[in-house]
Design a protein around this ligand. Sequence first.
Ligand code: DHB
Ligand code: FE
Length: 286
Amino acid sequence: MARITASVYTSHVPAIGAAIDRGKTADSYYAPLFAGCEPARRWMAANTPDVIVLVFNDHANAFSLQMVPTFALGMSAHYEPADEGWGARPVPPVAGHPALSAHMAHCIIRDDFDLTLVHDMPVDHGCTVPLSIMFGQPEAWPCAVVPLVVNVVQYPVPSGRRCLELGRAIRRAVESFDEDLAVQVWGTGGMSHQLQGPRAGLINQPWDNAFLDRIVADPEVLSAVEHVEYLREAGSEGIELVMWLVARGAMADLAGGGAPTEVHRLYHVPASNTAVGQLILENALT
Ligand code: DHB
Ligand code: FE
């Protein structure tokens, strides 16, 4: 059977992708950030999964603001990098896993989540920057990806509680898939950032660090945090952090299993306008 081996959390700042694409990772601005990512990259090289369920938000690239699904699951064998206005990033296309997508769609919809199923979808920096952060610049990504897109760009957006419950449904779906696959669930976006308006540039280091502590140790309580707290404390784009709760909800301890092991944590300020956070949590062996 498929099993969820770990959950991975990372910001998806487009400037980080541009630094990798343009060979600027050793520049003085970026070198400390990429040094901080090294332990995650080493762990990932030693623990590359077969499939990543990659939870991210589309930034009006795949879906215009005319049609915004709350939760959308990619069903394809192939996802092209999106053209985000300066052309598509020079990264490999993303290979999907249609059989796992079909099984997840069946299970999660029967589990009362109304997913939108998307058969043709380009993937933007929300998906490709986390892959670049963890895997660098390979010819092809080393594993398949099932993209799961969450709306955090147009209100109303789903609550933390709903995101945690979606993670639980993902776990039930993945762990009932009859193929021996190591699966990771990645939650992306955040940490505190606001890209527009009078508070543009807002970063709240104490709140972010408390979020990192709370998502590891107390995800149920964290999932009750209201949108208004994310907005007030983490800025308008800080709401992306609710997607981390999807990944956290897929861990064994939220289904009666043992507590996960934290194998990596990074907090770095800033990259572009954003506080960069990362976590890797390994599931308890059952
Ligand atoms: C930035 C961060 C994001 O999460 C994003 O989607 C776009 C831009 C930034 O900090 O520049
Ligand atoms: Fe974003």
